[in-house]
Design a binder for this molecule. Structure first.
Ligand code: NDP
Ligand code: OXD
Length: 313
């Protein structure tokens, strides 16, 4: 029984080593090392080449090495087997750190103080709303969004979440799919942790930005996106910033990654860029998660954390 590790942009070596230690009864191979495709029962992928899995006739499951599975479903020749996503406390906590950092950075205007420091300006206009007066809206209240929303509420922000189905999270007001306008209309800082699916592609556009709150304490709404670049229209973000519809943005994900050198996003002082590392997949933690699933399957147990192939998340 073989496990194939197929990664684009990530070094396969530590993954192959970790899976080898955790699954001594399995052969762990990279895509290029496969000589007996019929022996391949499992694939662990981050952006495998589309079409490359169709030769594995005895495949039992495909494991995404990230929480997102859009990179799996872009393969039009995907074998018809369960796709499993990562649900992991380490990854979840890393994402919540990123969300807290950037919500607080905008709330406390840290970029402005960085600029003041560079210019040796000591100026304090005493404009600092309380967290309770700032409304944060989290789009996507899954494993990651719900944790971030709960932690933002603990800090004291006025937090709401938007998801396809209603959610119960301590201290967080829930809005369901058909309540998007109400949710946006009460949001000063929009945190996006949606998956990229046919239903969410391009959702962060001029129309949506125009429906965010206009009466917030920060002057204009702020956007944070760590979901996927395909959710956002980058020209619309720049236009919204230029027109004052948005005040600022932090973006971790982009339509094209790495962000092209000639992208105008690099030069805009209102935009904070992180290189798609809001929550990295830590090898030991994620390999343990996947190996646990494979061991359970080998014992004849049911798979959990399987993605709905229709919804694609
Ligand atoms: P989940 O599947 O647990 O949660 C997804 C959430 O989005 C759910 O609340 C779901 O609603 C909601 N949702 C999905 N589609 C819609 C829709 N059409 N309308 C309204 N709500 C919708 O995912 P995770 O929380 O684990 O991860 C979210 C995303 O974060 C990943 O898909 C990935 O793209 C991104 N990510 C980014 C990382 C980074 O470093 N930048 C790292 C890890 C993940 P419901 O629950 O009702 O179905
Ligand atoms: C993920 C990611 O989906 O790192 O886990 O983007």
């Amino acid at each position: 029984m073989s496990l194939v590790v197929s990664l684009t942009g990530w070094d396969p070596e530590p993954w192959v080593e970790a899976f080898g230690d955790l699954l001594p009864d399995h052969e762990v191979l990279t895509l290029a090392q496969v000589t007996a495709p019929d022996d391949v029962h499992y694939v662990a992928t981050w952006k495998h080449p589309p079409g490359s899995l169709s030769a594995y006739k005895n495949l039992r499951a495909i494991f995404s090495l990230g929480a997102g599975v859009d990179h799996v479903f872009r393969d039009a020749d995907l074998p018809n087997v369960p796709v499993v996503r990562v649900v992991d406390a380490d990854l979840r906590d890393r994402m919540s750190e990123w969300v807290m950092l950037h919500v607080l950075m905008h709330h406390r205007q840290q970029r402005m103080y960085d600029w003041q420091q560079g210019a040796r300006i000591w100026e304090d206009d005493r404009f600092q709303p309380a967290a309770r007066d700032v409304r944060v809206g989290v789009m996507g209240m899954g494993v990651l969004g719900a944790d971030a929303a709960r932690k933002l509420a603990v800090i004291g922000f006025d937090v709401a979440g938007w998801s396809r189905t209603p959610k119960e999270v301590d201290g967080v007001e829930s809005y369901a799919e058909d309540e998007l306008d109400e949710f946006l209309g009460r949001t000063d800082i929009l945190v996006v942790l949606l998956p990229l699916t046919p239903a969410t592609r391009g959702i962060l556009n001029a129309s949506l930005f125009g429906r965010l709150a206009r009466d917030g304490r920060l002057g204009a709404p702020v956007l944070l996106n760590a979901g996927r670049g395909g959710l956002q229209n980058e020209a619309d973000i720049l236009e919204a910033l230029n027109e004052g519809v948005l005040k600022a943005a932090t973006l971790d994900v982009f339509a094209t990654e790495p962000l092209p050198q000639d992208s105008p996003l690099w030069d805009d002082p209102r935009i904070t860029i992180t290189p798609h590392n809001a929550a990295i997949s830590e090898v030991d933690s994620i390999a343990r998660f996947v190996a646990g699933k494979i061991a359970a399957l080998d014992r004849g147990e049911n798979l959990t954390d399987v993605v709905d192939p229709q919804r694609q998340y």
